[in-house]
Design a protein around this ligand. Structure first.
Ligand code: F3S
Length: 290
């Protein structure tokens, strides 16, 4: 049995920052709300609830508590509603998401038709779309969805999407548009995690991808990994099944950008409990480096 951990896995800069802001706010105020889950990891969200950081699904549920804006951002309307109600805003939007919002605003203001490469239902994409106020932004999840694009267009990506798909969409638009603005807003944390996951998956029998089932970047890691190795996407150690492995298995572990280290370590330790102390072998990499 060998266990190899992806060199870059787990919390990214933006998520670490948002969780820190949430913890500090929980300590400062008796109760704070987040508009939606602060990050896509139910275990972290539950731990924060115990510290007084409680998610609500809309501004109307906020009462008068300060409100933390999650790392994925919220819509312009949500900002306006909070301001209109004079609710204190603690903005934990990831700076990279903020940059993507600014690109949308700029392109829309300068009369480009905005295309967003992403998942239409993802909170970040809903937020990005809301920053196009002249022409409604068009969300696309693949190059095939682009039919008769506008001649003056701008392309912006959801930060957690894959570069390969983004390039395909870009090529398709280049063929059709006379004027095209392309902002590569795919976050390097996403790219790096995807690259290291694929490289690891190529060398092992079984991959464990750890992270929220609703986390877009974790699901993308699982999808990419599945092309190279048997892959299981799990949130916690409780979901591990011993029958997934044999004594000779080579196991790879990677984790989404919203997965805390303690969950990764718990899963790692459970494998050690089952299959022996692998730290005595040369086959174990370090606990994730960010
Ligand atoms: Fe921000 Fe990139 Fe993480 S956009 S939230 S640092 S995946």
């Amino acid at each position: 049995m060998q266990i190899l951990l992806a060199r870059h896995a787990g919390f990214c800069f933006g998520v670490k920052r948002a969780v820190k802001i949430a913890e500090e706010s929980g300590a400062k105020y008796s109760k704070v709300n987040t508009l939606g889950d602060i990050i896509h990891n139910p275990q972290v969200v539950n731990q924060l609830k115990l510290k007084g950081v409680v998610p609500v699904s809309s501004v109307s549920e906020c009462l008068d508590n300060p409100v933390i804006i999650r790392s994925h951002g919220v819509t312009r309307d949500s900002y306006k509603e909070l301001q209109a109600r004079d609710i204190e805003i603690i903005d934990a939007t990831c700076p990279f998401v903020r940059k993507a919002q600014e690109h949308v605003r700029y392109a829309d203001k300068n009369d480009y038709q905005v295309y967003i490469y992403g998942d239409a239902e993802h909170p970040e994409v809903r937020s990005l779309c809301s920053f196009a106020t002249n022409k409604k932004a068009v969300v696309i999840s693949s190059a095939e969805e682009i039919i008769n694009p506008f001649h003056k267009s701008a392309l912006i990506s959801q930060t957690t999407k894959d570069l390969k798909g983004f390039k395909q969409v870009t090529c398709r638009l280049v063929e059709e548009c006379r004027e095209l603005l392309v902002f590569n807003t795919i976050c390097t944390a996403t790219e790096v995690r995807q690259h290291h996951t694929v490289e690891l998956a190529k060398t092992v029998d079984v991959m464990l991808i750890i992270g929220g089932k609703h986390s877009s970047n974790t699901r993308m890691l699982a999808k990419l990994s599945a092309s190279y190795a048997v892959t299981h996407h799990i949130e916690t150690a409780e979901e591990l099944k011993r029958e997934w492995f044999v004594q000779e298995s080579k196991i790879g572990i990677s984790a989404g950008a919203s997965t805390p280290d303690d969950i990764i370590v718990e899963i790692y330790n459970k494998l050690i409990d089952w299959f022996g102390d692998l730290s005595k072998t040369d086959n174990v990499t370090d606990i994730p480096v960010h």
